[in-house]
Design a binder for this molecule. Structure first.
Ligand code: FCB
Length: 449
């Protein structure tokens, strides 16, 4: 064995991830109701090239084919999301049996192939009917989420061991309600902070419902987008901006989940816009988790800039550093830094990297897709994950984002993250070079030299 081999602990979970609206398509089939992403993507000017998720990867119709691909990649687990509007087309009332059947079939197909299902209950596709009633700005939405979680747990319970409540509440709250780049496209700090709080409350309601419904031994967690934060320059002002950015991006969610408090420094800064916290909310949000999922793509480098909303920190890409097609800096050490920091400061009992990956503009040539940049990105991040394990972090698994090229939100189909290429005209799938390489990783349980 070469010195640089990184062989992961036995039982380490190797997976890949997707999300319902990004891959399923079939938005009007099987009784599905509209979501805020249908509304948003059909609003002119919101999505690059006017793309929508109407067809996406046609995943709804291609479960056997896609699960077979996962088998070729040697995946032990598949992280997907359940579309709330397939289960509750009108947001509430009676669940849609056809929607639940679809996920039951998916779970059965995965298990028959020896692949563990890791469903996420909310990856941003809120039923439009709930948005019409105020969406995440309305506290009731958290209650509706609890009912939805209970319904899905009853339907899939026995076949699923690992459940994630919410994906990236920071993105859902702030890109959806402050910058307006994501659905529902609101631009208001007070609304965004209310949405963030109600997303955490939904996590609490969902966790309680799952625990009540699921067999003992089932694991419940949440997936946060986290990143180490660095000041852009040496000035004190930049260092202070980095502290504020860390409070906004990381601690705003980690503190309530693990300590039952919001960061004081930011609460006072937000003043009258601070979230509507009712008695008992924070205790419930801080109920113990079985695992924390971390989605990591790039670090946050910020400069002091009072005009940058909402914390006076302007995110920039350090000059001269490599970037992906998203313009995101490639900084693998950041994965080690965030994993060890979260372990040190919050000590979750188990951690997963629930997303990590990169967009590059790759093209098939002669039926093959050569994407050495993505392979290098995954390789270098996996070595940092391994370093974190060696440093004592209880990291139990890693999910590459993404299994397939798919609908990348505001960027539509113009950004490809897949380890499998999708030709959106024919829906042909081609495992990329990075996917073949990843199949070697899952087979060897690690990265060779
Ligand atoms: C994350 C999202 C995921 C995907 C990647 C690139 O923020 O959770 O759906 O879009 O970014």
């Amino acid at each position: 064995m070469a010195a640089a081999d990184a062989i992961f602990p036995e039982g380490f979970v190797w997976g890949a991830a997707t999300a319902a609206y990004q891959v399923e398509g079939a938005v009007q089939e099987g009784g599905r109701g509209p979501s805020i992403w249908d509304t948003f993507s059909h609003t002119p000017g919101k999505i690059l090239n006017g793309d929508t998720g109407d067809v996406a990867c046609d995943g709804f119709h291609r479960v056997p084919e896609d699960v077979a691909l996962m088998g070729e990649l040697g995946l032990g687990a598949y992280r997907f999301s359940v579309a709330w509007p397939r289960v509750f087309p009108d947001g509430a009332g009676r669940p849609n049996a056809a929607g639940l059947d679809f996920y039951r079939r998916l779970v059965d197909t995965l298990r028959a192939a020896g692949i563990e299902p890791y469903p996420t209950l909310y990856h941003w596709d809120l039923p439009q009917a709930l948005q019409d009633g105020g969406g995440w700005a309305n506290r009731d939405t958290a209650k509706r989420f609890g009912e939805y979680a209970q319904t899905v747990a009853t339907a899939l319970g026995g076949g699923v061991g690992h459940w994630t409540t919410i994906n990236e509440p920071w993105v859902a709250a702030f890109l959806g309600h402050l910058t307006g780049n994501h659905a529902p496209g609101v631009r208001n700090l007070r609304t965004a902070l209310a949405a963030a709080h109600h997303l955490l409350l939904a996590h609490a309601e969902g966790t309680a419902a799952l625990r009540a419904e699921l067999p003992a031994g089932s694991a419940v967690g949440i997936a946060l987008n986290l990143a180490p934060v660095e000041p852009a320059g040496d000035a004190n002002a930049d260092a202070e901006a980095a502290d504020r950015q860390d409070a906004y991006l990381n601690r705003w969610f980690l503190d309530p989940l693990f300590r039952g408090t919001y960061p004081d420094d930011l609460l006072s800064r937000f003043g009258e816009d601070a979230p509507p916290v009712a008695a008992g909310d924070l205790e419930r949000i801080a109920a113990p988790l079985d695992f924390l999922g971390i989605n990591y793509y790039f670090r946050s480098v910020v400069a002091h800039d009072p005009t940058s909303s909402p914390v006076g920190a302007r995110q920039l890409t350090p000059p001269g550093r490599p970037t992906t097609a998203m313009g995101w800096e490639v900084y693998p050490e950041g994965l080690y830094e965030i994993l060890t920091r979260v372990h040190r400061d919050y000590a979750p009992s188990a951690l997963y990297v629930t997303e990590n990956g990169a967009a590059f503009s790759d093209r098939p040539t002669d039926g093959a897709v050569d994407d050495p940049d993505r392979e290098a990105y995954l390789h270098d991040h996996l070595l940092q994950a391994y370093r974190a394990i060696e440093a004592g972090v209880p990291l139990r698994g890693y999910f590459a984002w993404s299994l397939l090229d798919n609908f990348e939100w505001a960027f539509g189909y113009a950004r490809r993250f897949g380890i499998v290429h999708v030709d959106f005209a024919t829906q042909a799938r081609t495992i990329k070079r990075s996917g073949r390489w990843y199949a070697g990783v899952t087979r060897e349980n690690g990265v060779r030299g």
